[in-house]
Structures are given as C-alpha cells and as structure tokens.
Design a protein around this ligand. Sequence first.
Ligand code: HEM
Length: 476
Amino acid sequence: MEGVWVTLLPAALATSAAYVVFIVLYNVYFHPLAAFPGPPVARTTIYWKAYVECILKRSFCDVLRELHAQYGDVVRVGPNELHFADPKAYHDIYNNKNRWDKESRLYKSFNEDRSSFGFLTYAEAKNRKDVLNRSFSQTAIESAESLLVEQTKALCEAFERQTKAGKSSNLLYAFRCMSMDVITSFCFGKPIYAVDAPGFQAPIVMAMDASLPVFVGFKYSDVFKNMILKCPPKLSKVVSPATAGLVDLQQLLLRQINDLTSDPEKLKALPHNMTIYHRLLDADAYRDKKLPSAGSLYEESQALMFGGADTVGNTLMVGAYYLLQNPDKQQTLRDELRTVWPSLDSAEADPRVKDLERLPYLNAVIKESLRLSSGVIWGLLRVVPTTGAKIAGVDIPPGTIVSTGSTFVHYNAAIFPEPDKFQPERWLESTDLDQWLVAFSRGPRMCLGINLAWAELRLGFSHVYRKFELATKIGI
Ligand code: HEM
C-alpha cells in the first residue's frame, strides 16, 4: 500500500504542477482578454486581488487609480476581469436595457444570496424588488414621514444633550446611529434607539464597522466564511468581540422572523403596517404566490440593514465634513432653510419633506455630498452576457467580469472641474450634471432605497443645520 502512495504522490504533484502551468500559460497568452493591459500577476490569478486587499490591506479603489495611470483606461485586474476608468463605461454597463448578472464571488461573499441585493440574476431580483417596491415607493415614504422625522429629532435631541454636557459629538457614529434607527424602525418595526447610546457608540453601529474587513476576506475563502458565519452565536461573540453587536441584532431579527412566520397574526402587533414583513409575508404579492423561506427573509433584512445604514450615515458625515470647512456654505444652507422654516418655536411649523424638495441649495448640498462620498466605492461587478458587449467603444468578450467604480465618474475632472472641492453651486448651474450622479447606481439593479435615502438626507441636513451651527475645535 505504501508503495502505491510513493508512486502516486509524485504523479499527482506533477499533474497539479502541469495544470497550474497550463492555466497560467492559457491566461497570459490564449485567454480572450490576453490583449488587455494590466499587472502581470493579475493576468494569472484572482489571488493577486486577494493579496492586495487582504495582505497589503489596500483599498482597491486607490490601487485602481494607480493602475489606470499606468495602463490606460481599460485594465485587466484579474484573469477574467476588466475595470474601466472612462465615465462613459458606467452608462454602458449599468443601464436599464442591460439585464446582466451580478458576479458571484463578490456578491456571494455577503451571505445574502437570497435577497434583492444578493440575487445574481435580473429575474430573481426583479421578483423580489417588485414585492418590496411598495414599501420603498415615494408614496410609502411620504406616509412614513412622521416616523423619519421622529428619528431625525431624536438625533438632534442627542446633540443637544451632548452640547449641554459640554461634550463634542462624533458625527460619523451619530449619523450612522440615526440611519440605523430609521432602518430598524421603518423596515422592521423594531427601533433600537441607537442615537441614545453614550457617545453614539451603539454596539450594532460599531460592530458593522468592525465587520467590514471580515467581509473582504469572505470573497476569497469559503472556508473562512463558513467558519465565521456558521459559528454558534455565543462562540462567535467570544472569537470576535468587536462584532458582538451584529450577532445580537442578527439574533433579534431571526427571532422576529421566526415569530412572524409561525404566527402571521403577530404582524398586527408591529408599531406600523409599513414594515418589509407586511410586504414579504403577503403571498398575493408574489407572481407564483409562494412566500420566501425564513432564511431568505433573514438575508433580506440583513441586506437592507447593510445597504441602508452606513450609506446614508456616511453621506451626512461627508456633507458635515465639508460644511464645517466652509462656514459660508453652511450659512447659505441655513439661510435657505429659514425661508421655509422661519421659527423653531413650534413643531407645527416644521417643514414637510415636500417643502424641502423645493430648496435648490439643500438639493445641491446633498448631491455634492453624494458625489464626494460616492455611495458604494467598490466596483459593482457584472458579467457580460453571451452576446458580448461594447463598453466605452471597446469590444468585450462574453463572460467577462466588468465594472467602473463610481469614484471614476464622480472625481472625473472633465465632468466635475476641481473634483476634490466641495462646490454645491456646480449643481445649480446645470441639470446636465445629474446624469453623472451615480451614487445609487443605474439600471435594473440600482438602489431600492433611493426614495428613503433622499428623504432621510433632506430631513437630516435640514434639521441639523437649521437647529445647530456646527463648528470644530480642532482644524480638519
Ligand atoms: C445614501 C444612501 C444610499 C446609497 C448611496 C446607496 C447606494 C446603492 C448602490 C450603489 C447600490 C447598487 C449595489 C450593487 O449594484 O451591488 C444599491 C443597491 C441597493 N440598495 Fe442602496 N444606497 C443607499 C441607501 C439605501 C437604503 C436607505 C436602502 C434601504 C433600506 C437601500 C437598499 C438597497 C438595496 C436593497 C439594494 C440592492 C438592489 C439590487 O441589487 O437590485 N439603499 N444602493
């Protein structure tokens, strides 16, 4: 028996080595993308990206900038992957005519495969988004306005408490807490009052921050992913105390879903009838009249939590960062807000979101904050269909993974002169610019929560800057 191993082992090693050599030679010389420029190692293996992201711990967004400076507008960043720097490519990839699949390695890493965000195909995502759209439509958001106002006011009250106590506020966490409170109360009917956490250090908000680098690792190793995600909650909290708050919220949502699926009557006990479960647990809302599994419901709630919390919080933070540096622009915003909100004395005089929609400078501040924060900065990877495609004038073979990061549009100096400067005024000069605001992405997989996000941003910017004069003790 031992003799068999002695003979087979070298043969197996030689076969594996020959296979690796074959793959490398194929990828470098014979692959349909062989003619595209890019770093030599990236042409051979996807693990070059893993090395850059997980070992060097570099933002791939920064690396892409350097690669485009070196190799030009189209760069081969993996054996089967191209990134485009030309903003025109954005509209060629993400548009309403395209039904391109999302790329599986990236999107499966979030462990939300059965959610509107995680479904890879257009058809599956459309089915789910058609059901959820009623919760996120303009009309739905208007009818939930009082709920959103409540969360915004809770944030302002927390700021007031901090001020009275002579303490400064960490704006990043404060805004993220507010958007987390909106999601948990609006989507799940389970407010968690994150803004009331001391110093805005709500465990779930801190845990989401801590969990992001872990998700990068999930892209490259299923073993690592399963080890962390399949870990029993108690053990997971010991292994990774930084993400304990996330485990707690996951458990809370799982209990809620189990409760609701075992007894749909419990829907009536939720504080309002706009939660996502009112839609998702209505069999008539589905074309095939079949309800999703409990696992799918959980993944949907996680997707909404991750999709809707940090994104809004970050945009408010980026806006605050620049308004703090530009007191004149902060004052212009405040002066405009006074036109629809002259007195703070009575809640009766609070403006409605509809009134805020008409304020040009407020809209411009929000657009400029969305541009500079850029929404999701990693490339939203799509797979070119069997017909192939032309992207920014270049013929791309079927099956190629493609993307253009939103920062390549938002920081393009030909579209946005002096792109690093905060200039809300640029949005007042021309409505043509709107086509280049891609923070919510475009096409059939664009953001489901765009109406909710805009309402939160309008309320956030108006309440905070009408009620407070933000200043910083230290220079920024
Ligand atoms: C400033 C705030 C926000 C920004 C900048 C933003 C940005 C984006 C972007 C860029 C995508 C495309 C992702 C991809 O293709 O992989 C997306 C998708 C999505 N967003 Fe948002 N988002 C925001 C707020 C929200 C909110 C408040 C919610 C809901 C609570 C939400 C829910 C979703 C969902 C479910 C998807 C998946 C849609 C699909 O794949 O078809 N987002 N968002």
